[in-house]
Design a binder for this molecule. Sequence first.
Ligand code: ADE
Length: 229
Amino acid sequence: MIIGIIGAMREEITPLLDIFKQYTTHQISNNIFYEITYKNSKIFIAYSKIGKVHSSITATTMILHFGCQKILFSGVAGGLNQNLKVGDLMLATKLCQHDVDITAFGHPLGFIPESSVYIHTDERLNTIAREVAKDQNIILKEGIIASGDQFIHNQDKKQWLIENFQADAVEMEGASVGMACHLFNIPFCIFRSISDSADGNADISFDEFLEKSAKTSANFVKHMVDAIL
Ligand code: ADE
């Protein structure tokens, strides 16, 4: 089995590298991929840099160059749903790109012709995630994630994301990783721990909780790897 684990920022993968400790590195397209041998399997870990373009390139590289057969995403998100508080861990059921807008041509927000508004995460991986959460006594919330190339930090935009996409959390990479995986037929799942509430204090909250929330997500992803292998 070859598993790919992607984070957006260095802080999101550092806890995983600290857990696995031994790795070799590969440099491709100005990005570092960490290769780990674990339980007779291979794990590739990388942070993509922020945003949908970077993360889709990293996912594609994981799949086409390193032969990853499953992709797990670990990182942080802004909470939109009041039930998602800073520090909570969530599993994405489906994701959309909130900054796609060709409504001028009569299409729904987030829709791209020959594609769809939402990309669904893999139900088998999600089932494993629910079992891991139960075994580890971890509360794993679930919801819809809206991804876009914007850091959301205002109440009006927050409401807009909830109203238009029924989104529970917002981040900047999940839907694009999902799209790459979907197009190459690779099962994927997305874990995010909440770092902020995407409101007027989001920037301060993000800086304060990035490391802690990234660790929460990464620890869970390590349990996922153990459950998969
Ligand atoms: N990632 C974490 N918090 C976020 C926010 N408020 N907007 C976009 N991406 C995020």
